[in-house]
Design a binder for this molecule. Structure first.
Ligand code: NDP
Ligand code: 2IT
Length: 443
C-alpha cells in the first residue's frame, strides 16, 4: 500500500525551501489519506510520486529599461506541472513576493482545480517578481514584451496557455499577446483573459468572482439558505474581490468590507462598488481613497477585515491571509461559511478549526475555479473562431460551478466525510488525473 507519509517526507527533502508548495501538497495528501480507508487500490504510488514533481520548470532573466533609461532585471518563471488531461493551463502572477515555491504551489493547485472544471486543461503557473505598482504603462509594456520574448518558445495554444493572476489583468495580457503574435507571426488562443476586440471571452473578467458566488450559492441552497440578507466580508479589491462583491450584492447580500495590502475599509451601509471600480480599475489607486466619497465608512491601516462580524467570509486577496486567530474570531462572531476566492488563503490550522466548528468551508481549488473554467470556454471559442453571448458563457459558468459543488459534496459523502468539501475536491480531482496518468503509462 502506498505510504503517503514516506512520500511526503521525500517531497519535503527535495523541496526543503518551498514552504507554500509543501503546504499545498500536505493538504492534498491529508485528503488522499481518506482513500486509504475506502479504496486503497486507487492510491497509485507510481502516480503520486510523479504528480508531486513538475513536468518542466523554466526560470529566466527578464531585462528591461525603465523610464529613466536604467536597466532593470527581474526573474521570470513558468512551471508546467502536469499535462495528463490537457495542455498546461494557469495564470501568471506579477508580484515582488513571487518565487519558485509560490509558483510551484499555484501550479500544483491548478492541476486539481482544472480537473474539477471537467474541461480538458492540465496544470501550470508562472509569473515574475516584477511589481507593476507605481510603474508607467510604458514600463509595464516593456517588461511584458521582454517577458514574452523568452516565454513564447515554451507556450502555444495546444501546449501551454497562460492567463492572469495577481498583478496581471487585461492591460498585461494585451501587451503579452501582442508580443507573442509578433514573434510567432500567429494569431491564436495562446493566452486567455484577452480583450474582447482580439479574441477574449465575455464574462472572463467577472468569472472568478461570479463563479465563487455561484459555488457559494449552491452550497447555501443545499443547506436550505441563500445570500439573501446575509452580511458578507470580502478581502482584496482586485479582479476577484470586485466581481465577488458585485454578484453577492446581486444575490441579495450586503457586502461591508474590501481591502488591499495596506488596510481594509468597512462600510456598514454596504460597499458602493462604482466607487471601488473607479479607484481600482480606472485610477489604479488605493482602497483608502474610498473614504473621500464615503466619509461614513472607516479605514483600518495594516489590518485584515476578519474582525468584522459577518455571515459569510470570502477571502479574495492572497495565500495565508486568514489564520487561526482570525478564524476563531470569525466563528465567535457567528460566521456560517468561508469560501475561498484566492488560492490557499486559509492556513491549515484555520481550516481545521473551521471544520471542527462545522463551518461550511469551500476550498479555493473548487470555489475559485470559475476563472479558469471561463478561460477554458475562451479556448473553445478561439478554436472554433466564434464568440458566444454573455448569457451563454454565464450560463455555462454557472452550470460548471454547480457541478463542481455537487462533485465535492457527493465525493466527500461517498468517502465518509460529509460536508468536508475540501476532501471531496481533492479526491475527485486526484482520481481523474490519476486515471489519465495511469492510462498514458510512465511518462
Ligand atoms: P489582483 O491583482 O487583481 O488583486 C489582488 C488583490 O489582493 C489586491 O487588492 C491586492 O492588494 C491584494 N493582495 C495581493 N497580494 C497581497 C498581499 N501579499 N497581502 C495583502 N493583500 C494582497 O489579483 P486577483 O484578484 O486576480 O487575485 C486575487 C486572488 O485570487 C489570488 O490569490 C489569485 O491567485 C486568485 N485567483 C485569481 C483568479 C483570476 O482569474 N484572476 C482565478 C482564481 C484565483 P494590493 O493592490 O495592495 O497589492
Ligand atoms: O488561479 C487561477 O485559476 C487563475 N489565476 C486563472 C487561470 C486561468 O488560466 O484562467
Amino acid at each position: 500500500m502506498t505510504d503517503l507519509k514516506a512520500l511526503y517526507e521525500t517531497v519535503k527533502q527535495r523541496n526543503a525551501n518551498d514552504a507554500e508548495f509543501l503546504q499545498a501538497v500536505e493538504e492534498v495528501f491529508e485528503s488522499l489519506s481518506v482513500i486509504a480507508d475506502v479504496h486503497p487500490e486507487k492510491l497509485y504510488e507510481d502516480v503520486l510520486s510523479r504528480l508531486v514533481e513538475p513536468e518542466r520548470q523554466i526560470i529566466f532573466r527578464v531585462p528591461w529599461v525603465d523610464d529613466n533609461g536604467k536597466t532593470q532585471v527581474n526573474r521570470g518563471f513558468r512551471i508546467q506541472f502536469n499535462s495528463a488531461i490537457g495542455p498546461y493551463k494557469g495564470g501568471l502572477r506579477f508580484h515582488p513576493s513571487v518565487n519558485v515555491s509560490i509558483i510551484k504551489f499555484l501550479g500544483f493547485e491548478q492541476i486539481f482545480k482544472n480537473a474539477l472544471t471537467t474541461l480538458p486543461m492540465g496544470g501550470g503557473k508562472g509569473g515574475s517578481d516584477f511589481d507593476p505598482k507605481g510603474k508607467s504603462d510604458a514600463e509595464v509594456m516593456r517588461f511584458c514584451q521582454s517577458f514574452m520574448t523568452e516565454l513564447y518558445r515554451h507556450i502555444g495554444p495546444n501546449t501551454d496557455v497562460p492567463a492572469g493572476d495577481i498583478g496581471v489583468g487585461g492591460r498585461e495580457i494585451g501587451y503579452l499577446f501582442g508580443q507573442y503574435k509578433r514573434i510567432q507571426n500567429e494569431f491564436s488562443g495562446v493566452l486567455t483573459g484577452k480583450g474582447l476586440t482580439y479574441g477574449g471571452s465575455l464574462v472572463r473578467t467577472e468569472a472568478t468572482g461570479y463563479g465563487l458566488c455561484y459555488f457559494t450559492e449552491a452550497m447555501l441552497k443545499d443547506k436550505g439558505t441563500s445570500f439573501e440578507n446575509k452580511t458578507v466580508v470580502i478581502s482584496g479589491s482586485g479582479n476577484v474581490a470586485i466581481y465577488a462583491c458585485q454578484k453577492a450584492q446581486e444575490l441579495g447580500a450586503k457586502v461591508v468590507t474590501l481591502s488591499d495590502s495596506s488596510g481594509f475599509i468597512y462600510d456598514p451601509n454596504g460597499i458602493d462598488l462604482a466607487t471601488v471600480k473607479d479607484i481600482k480599475e480606472v485610477r489604479r489607486g488605493r482602497i483608502k481613497e474610498y473614504l473621500e466619497m464615503h466619509p461614513d465608512a472607516t479605514y483600518t491601516e495594516g489590518a485584515r477585515p476578519w474582525s468584522i462580524p459577518c455571515d459569510i467570509a470570502l477571502p479574495c486577496a492572497t495565500q495565508n491571509e486568514l489564520n487561526l486567530e482570525e478564524a476563531k474570531e470569525l466563528v465567535k462572531n457567528g460566521v456560517m461559511a468561508v469560501c475561498e476566492g484566492a488560492n490557499m488563503p486559509t492556513t491549515p490550522d484555520a481550516i481545521h478549526y473551521l471544520l471542527e466548528n462545522k463551518i461550511l468551508y469551500a476550498p479555493g481549488k473548487a470555489s475559485n475555479a470559475g476563472g479558469v473554467a471561463c478561460s477554458g470556454l475562451e479556448m473553445s471559442q478561439n478554436a472554433e473562431h466564434l464568440s458566444w453571448t454573455f448569457e451563454d458563457v454565464d450560463r455555462k459558468l454557472k452550470d460548471i460551478m454547480v457541478n463542481i459543488f455537487e462533485t465535492c459534496r457527493d465525493t466527500a459523502a461517498e468517502y465518509g466525510h460529509p460536508d468536508q468539501y475540501v476532501v471531496g475536491a481533492n479526491i475527485a480531482s486526484y482520481l481523474k488525473v490519476a486515471e489519465a496518468m495511469k492510462a498514458q503509462g510512465c511518462v
